[in-house]
Design a protein around this ligand. Structure first.
Ligand code: ZN
Ligand code: ZN
Length: 820
């Protein structure tokens, strides 16, 4: 393999890297906090006497001399037939906890079977490799996913005893064909759900329903498999696990594995220049900004000071040096030190930008290392991804900039440092990403680099919010009718639904089935509900609303990758700049009918930002809390969003070069929202002039969207907002924050239940920002479809103070939730 040998690792060096970085005075000023996470001693246990001796000897040969107590405890529960969730840290050996009982059973009982579910194909492949490396001829393990060739699928059904797959394949491939899988399902003893904290939001709700379908089909074949779940450390893992599976499980969450010490630094890039100045006068007060999961990343600009004109953001706001630019520098420096480093970024585009910038940086200092840095992200073709994973495993790659695609992916133990460019949305993800660093028992370094964003700003200045609180539970809502109904259709198409089945699918199942009968989707017969259509129901469980849009190079016909349908309007509209592996392209046509975007290679010195228009209509308020001059509501809304234009902005300064209209159809979304309304009296008392109200609510709304992820396991791209000085449905000044997925994902509900805490953190984040009149760290939003106008930062703080004074605590579990 023509690459140079891996630079020899010196563990003592890692511990001093942070010190050396901090000696650089510019960097020292940016480090807001260093947490020394102490080392932990391991608590070994004896191998269980019931464990298969061959399996034990192979595990020992693989270097596991003794198991840790948490592994044995989880294994015992599963072995005794009880469902269990093992919620311990990254690299705590969760797989031993489930492989011990599962493989022991498969070896002891040739007719028994097990399914392993991973959220990604990469993770399933990785597990397959480790199971096969045990060389147990009595266990026939195989993956079964979209990449499995036809003839091999038949072999898997007939002969495999351990099938590694994903929820998508269970949903589309296995459950609809359960008759062909009958022998397998008759022997099914265990279902392993790995990385189960990753099943959140709408996707989590879909997976919960798929697992209910699996349980129902298994029951028809006379089996009740034991669920064994593995999770990152989260609050209340038992509750999440039983919501996901519908069955009660034991909880094992005392991590007994040893861990080396870790220095965890919080890092805030500097403001590049502060300009005084007021934003221009408001035109209207309606906020815009649909959810845009993984959309373009304003960090991409990578601006830097020295000698250049002072860069500024929208409406002359000061900007911080981009987290991606800062992380790219850290990556280059760490790689130059021989420190194996992984940078986690928030968007596909940022992965490209960071890898390219680090390579440029190394080009001057250490040209021989340039080829050992790469990008890795979702949207690459499978061959590309596999090749990168291989090079990372062997150590041929020293530095990688990755999206969270890798967070769930391959086993890449042997890293020394992680740089996390932007809070990854949840504390569980943050710790999982940080936990990637640290070879067994050795010192590791993690750096969270704040993005120019209110949540990140809040966190780097409130270390207690990172290090001093329990990790949030996964939020998802299995009862979302938009999720439940299509799965009831799927279930009925698999086997007619009976009365007894309804309980399995939750409290909303009865009403949903009646509705499906009225709409002619199901037919009621004496023996149950039957699926009426010839084709199978078409359900997209990744919740992206339609097939992904393919990105095709016009000149060559080459398929570069894909983007989600939901984000395609704002990311690959005609004229948009698209990045792939460091190369840039301009979209010349977005064909919505065929779901394809044609692009041409180009290297413009601008980036593009979509302008959107959003309206919101209240369908129903289902819960509310009323106070003097303030009402808080949770309910159903209809959001209409249209991408109407895009701006070109200079890459280096963010300067707006021009705007062009777009002709894209509006899209509608019925979802859940939390909103608050205030009276004119409250606004007057808070000394907010009528002309400043639109800017005040717009700013308060942006910041609230930015801070909600602190209370719900979402990120700001999963939610949207609308604010207005007078909403026709409420008759008052109103701020809405809505779930960006049809039917809702539970995020708005969390906001409602924790509203006082949420708005308090929002107020604090805005008030603490040192900018004069609003910047991306407080009230500007990277996805504002209104170009961040109008925004009134000071008035927003007064508004939030007044709201908080009126609201006396969270309505979580109010005595009697009011329906209207
Ligand atoms: Zn600010
Ligand atoms: Zn906005």
């Amino acid at each position: 393999m023509g690459s140079p040998a891996v630079t020899e690792h010196d563990p003592a060096r890692v511990g001093t890297v942070l010190n050396r970085l901090a000696r650089d005075s510019r960097r020292a000023a940016n480090i807001t906090h260093v947490e020394s996470v102490p080392a932990r001693r391991g608590q070994p246990a004896a191998w269980p006497e019931w464990a298969d001796p061959l399996l034990v000897s192979r595990l020992r040969a693989a270097g596991i001399e003794q198991p840790w107590t948490h592994q044995v405890e989880a294994a015992r529960a599963a072995h005794e037939g009880r469902g269990v969730v093992l919620a311990t840290g990254t690299a705590s050996g969760k797989s031993v906890g489930y492989l011990l009982p599962v493989l022991t059973r498969l070896l002891a009982e040739p007719s028994s079977r097990a399914i392993y579910l991973a959220p990604t194909k990469a993770l399933a492949n990785d597990q397959l490799r480790s199971v096969r490396s045990l060389m147990l001829t009595g266990v026939r393990a195989s993956t079964y996913d979209g990449d499995t060739p036809g003839p091999e699928r038949e072999w898997v059904r007939a002969h495999a005893t351990f099938v590694l797959t994903n929820p998508d394949m269970l949903h589309r491939g296995i459950l609809p064909a359960h008759r062909r899988w009958a022998p397998f399902l008759r022997g099914l003893r265990f279902v392993i759900v790995d990385e189960c904290h990753g099943y959140r939001g709408v996707f989590g709700a879909h997976v919960a329903q798929i697992l209910r379908r699996l349980r129902r089909v298994c029951a028809r074949y006379g089996t009740r498999p034991v669920f064994v779940l593995a999770s990152a450390t989260v609050a209340d893992p038992g509750l999440s696990a039983s919501r996901l599976t519908g069955v009660d499980v034991d909880v094992v969450d005392a991590d007994a594995s040893p861990r080396g010490p870790m220095d965890f630094a919080l890092y805030e890039p500097p403001l590049l220049g502060v300009r005084a100045g007021r934003p221009s006068t408001p035109a209207d007060g309606t906020e815009v900004g649909g959810p845009d999961v993984g959309g373009p990343d304003v960090d991409g600009a990578g601006v830097d000071g020295a000698g250049a004109p002072v860069p500024h953001g929208e409406n002359d706001a000061p900007v911080r040096r981009a987290a991606t630019a800062e992380s790219a520098d850290l990556l280059a420096d760490l790689v130059a030190e021989g420190v194996r480093t992984l940078v986690f970024v928030r968007s596909r585009r940022a992965a490209e930008v960071v890898a390219a910038a680090a390579r440029r940086g190394l080009g001057e200092a250490a040209p021989e290392l340039v080829e050992r840095v790469a990008a890795y992200r979702a949207g690459y073709l499978p061959e590309e991804r596999r090749s990168l994973e291989g090079r990372l495993r062997t150590g041929e790659l020293l530095g990688v900039a990755a999206t969270s695609a890798l967070e769930l992916g391959v086993d890449i133990s042997g890293l020394d440092a992680t740089v996390i460019a932007g809070f990854p949305g949840t504390l569980a993800s943050l710790w999982q990403q940080a936990g990637r660093a640290g070879r067994t028992g050795q010192a590791a370094l993690a750096v969270l680099v704040a993005r120019d964003d209110p949540l990140d700003t809040y966190l780097v200045h409130h270390p207690e919010a990172v290090f001093g609180r329990p990790i949030e539970a996964s939020v998802f809502d299995p009862d979302n009718p938009y999720v439940l109904m299509p799965h009831l259709e799927c279930a009925a198409s698999e086997l007619p639904l009976t009365e007894d089945d309804l309980e399995l699918f939750g409290p909303g199942a009865r009403a949903a089935v009646d509705d499906l009968v009225r709409r002619g989707r199901l037919r009621r017969r004496p023996t149950g509900w039957f699926w009426t259509q010839r084709h199978r129901p078409d359900v997209d469980i990744r919740g992206v609303g339609g097939p992904p849009v393919r990105i095709v190079e016009t000149a060559t016909g080459r398929l570069l990758g894909t983007v989600d349908a939901a984000t395609s309007h704002s990311t690959v509209h005609a004229g948009a700049v698209y990045l792939h592996q460091g190369a840039s392209f301009i979209v010349n046509e977005l064909d919505l009918d065929d779901a394809v975007a044609f692009v041409d290679a180009a290297t413009p010195d601008w980036t593009t930002v979509a302008r959107e228009h959003t309206d919101i209509r209240v369908v129903e308020s289902t819960r509310s809390a009323r106070f003097a001059d303030v009402e808080i509501h949770l309910g159903t809304v209809e959001v209409t969003n249209q991408v109407i234009a895009f701006q070109r902005r200079r890459l280096t300064t963010g300067e707006v070069l021009g705007q062009e209209p777009l002709d894209l159809p509006p899209r509608q979304l019925r979802t859940r929202a939390v909103w608050y309304t205030v009276t004119d009296e409250l606004l007057a008392a808070a000394q907010i002039e009528p002309a400043d109200v639109p800017g005040a609510v717009h700013a308060a709304e942006h910041a609230a969207i930015g801070l909600l992820p602190l209370f719900a396991t979402c990120d700001r791209w999963d939610i949207g907002g609308v604010s207005t000085d007078l909403h026709p449905d409420t008759g008052r000044t109103s701020v809405f924050v809505y779930d960006g997925h049809a039917g809702g994902a539970g995020f708005a509900e969390r906001g409602f239940l924790r509203v006082a805490n949420w708005l308090r953190a929002t107020r604090d984040a805005v008030a603490a920002c040192e900018c004069p009149a609003g910047c991306p760290s407080c009230v500007q939003s990277p996805k504002c479809g209104n170009g961040n106008e109008p925004l009134e930062k000071a008035a927003a703080v007064r508004l939030l103070d007044a709201v908080l004074a009126a609201v006396d605590g969270d309505p979580a579990d109010p005595p009697s939730p009011r329906r209207e």
